[in-house]
Ligand binder design. Structure first.
Ligand code: BDR
Ligand code: CA
Length: 310
């Protein structure tokens, strides 16, 4: 599977990229940096370090934009990813700088061709610009994104997840664009279910590869700050779940449902309003026999992940 990954270069983004780079069925053609947990330039620097830790020096990183609206308010005393987005661990500089030949928007438009997948792990600022430029053939591409929530509430705001809350208008634009098939939304409903537990941490710590060591230090930092939103002893690793679902959507139970993004500046600003009314969730048989929700509800049809095969 050929993939372009748009990412804000944070700790769970690192977990996702390390996993993808280790998967022989995945070919990452490019990574684009978007602002979110940190500004886009810092995200690009982080992504170079992550790719080099994954042994994927040859994958180009293109610098994109940061959301222009206000950052979601949070009561947390520290940012969960650290000031540099990667746990503020001292690290050597990346061997290769981010590309300057093209912007992330141009790269997305160019690479997003026939059959290629887009995996969005941050705010959708770059993607909205690429779609809006008219140069990106989104109708040729499949989109999987980490973001939103159907019934799990929010993390950045009471009812909005961080990636959507950073740039609700961008998410609205992207979801309403004509993709090859309805986008797969991997939101808090599944990322708060399929978590890292002490068992996974122990397995990671026991491995002595450069990639495992790179991740272990940073996930330990993240665990102290991000775990508070989950059951005790569990740490969400949002973007890793989205990456795994992108490679194998059968790991999740999903339904085609109507989704709207609240872009109105209310207390629900940035919420993904998923129409889960029984009528909207009516299921019918496709000619091929596959059961499919008819997304008769309000909003754009999106394949919403509701449960994970933990
Ligand atoms: C999302 O926000 C970022 O902090 C994470 O990297 C993830 O993409 C989770 O809400
Ligand atoms: Ca991310």
């Amino acid at each position: 599977m050929r993939l372009i990954v748009d990412s804000d270069g944070a700790i769970d983004d690192a977990a996702a990229l390390l996993w993808l780079c280790g998967n022989p069925d995945i070919d990452i053609v490019a990574v684009t940096a978007v602002g979110g947990s940190v500004p886009a330039e810092q995200a690009a620097a982080n992504l170079r370090v992550i790719l080099e830790a994954a042994g994927a020096d040859d994958v180009p990183v293109f610098v994109g934009s940061s959301p222009s609206g206000p950052a979601p308010r949070t009561r947390r005393p520290v940012t969960i990813h650290g000031h540099d987005g990667l746990a503020d661990v001292r690290r050597p500089a990346a061997r290769r700088p981010p590309e300057t030949s093209r912007s992330a928007t141009e790269a997305l438009a160019e690479y997003c061709r026939d059959g290629i997948g887009v995996l969005a792990l941050g705010p959708m600022t770059n993607l909205a610009a690429a779609v809006g430029s008219g140069a990106m053939q989104s109708a040729e591409a499949r989109l999987t994104f980490m973001g939103g929530s159907a019934a799990a509430g929010g993390n950045a705001r009471p009812s909005s997840e961080a990636n959507i809350a950073h740039d609700p208008a961008a998410a609205d634009t992207v979801l309403r664009s004509p993709w090859a098939e309805p986008p797969l939304m991997v939101g808090l409903d599944v990322t708060h279910a399929a978590t890292f537990t002490e068992h996974e941490f122990a397995a990671l710590m026991a491995r002595q590869t450069p990639a495992a060591e790179f991740l272990a230090d940073r996930l330990s930092f993240y665990q102290r700050n991000a775990g508070m939103l989950c059951a005790p002893g569990e740490t969400p690793c949002h973007d890793l779940v989205a990456a795994m679902a992108c490679a194998d959507p059968t790991l999740l139970t999903s339904e085609l449902l109507g989704v709207q993004v609240d872009v109105g500046g209310s207390s629900a600003w940035g919420a993904t309003v998923v129409d889960m009314r029984p009528l909207a969730r009516r299921v019918h048989k496709r000619p091929g026999g596959e059961e499919e929700g008819n997304a008769a509800g309000d909003g754009t049809p999106v394949r919403v992940a509701l449960e994970a095969d933990v």
